[in-house]
Design a protein around this ligand. Sequence first.
Ligand code: SF4
Length: 197
Amino acid sequence: MKQSRLFNYVEEEADSAPSEMIRPKDCCKLCGLCVGRTNLVLPSGDLRSKVVFVGEAPGETEDKLGRPFVGKSGKLLDRLMKDEGLDRSKVMITNTVKCRPPNNRAPTEEEMAACRQFLESELYEKEVIVGLGKSSCRDLLGYEGKMGDIVNKDRSIVVRDREILFIPTYHPAACIYNRDSTDALRATIRRVRDEFL
Ligand code: SF4
């Protein structure tokens, strides 16, 4: 199936979109998440950055605004990035799926598989992928275990013909009331700041 080019991002981001990047059509019905969608939630930030943070799925605020990580978790991520001197506009931020799952449940295998072609096109030219939380690690690493066993331990994944560094870490939602998870996510952010930006 031929996919549309990335013509419908917000204006300041569309110009910078890599040619590899494809986006779902606004009417995409490749999986059941289309049913409750208000807006597609597409990548934001510097679409050409070497660094991408991949979260789970849009929540209520993201669905309403059509932007990733703008709700409670996004605000915490913003604060941690600001504390650590990492400018959010210098990285790309996206999710495994582009439509909000009902009641903020995790996306299913089938939903992530349906949306993977879009995610892969977003990841293809990156040097480092930061996997935020369980769904991201399940989708991209096939990892089903405890996050605590892999956080900040380097992995790699193959996206089409490219091997790309993958750093698993906690989703900001898991950090809201947890100091240890917050410290681990801060460490990830510091490393990205120091080694890749
Ligand atoms: S989650 Fe992805 S594949 Fe499913 S309907 Fe939305 S854009 Fe299409």
